[in-house]
Design a protein around this ligand. Structure first.
Ligand code: HEC
Length: 67
């Protein structure tokens, strides 16, 4: 899965990806905010890659499908 690979490569540049498990984003908005904060820390990726990572995080850690 492309999004997972992006997450694993981009988000392990500065720290382990298990950082996310300690404080998982619990909604898509939280996932986007987290990714945006990492961009401020120096993460570089294309817009569409950031969007994919945010969606992946939301699907994996947060946001249960809406009823
Ligand atoms: C350029 C370096 C860098 C990259 C790349 C990076 N991070 Fe971080 N990350 C940091 C730093 C520095 C901190 C600690 C400071 C902080 O918490 O704001 C941190 C902290 C975190 C935390 C825990 C802190 C919290 O307060 O919520 C999470 C979760 C996290 N990063 C997720 C990610 C994810 C997801 C990605 C990929 C989209 C990513 N990081 C990519 C630098 C980076």
């Amino acid at each position: 899965m492309k999004a997972k690979r992006l997450f694993e490569t981009k988000c392990s540049e500065c720290h382990k990806t298990t950082q996310v498990e300690k404080k998982p984003p619990n909604s898509e908005a939280a996932a986007r905010a987290l990714v945006a904060r990492m961009v401020e820390e120096g993460l570089t990726a294309k817009e569409d890659e950031l969007a994919l990572i945010a969606r992946y995080l939301a699907e994996t850690y947060g946001a249960k499908p809406k009823p």
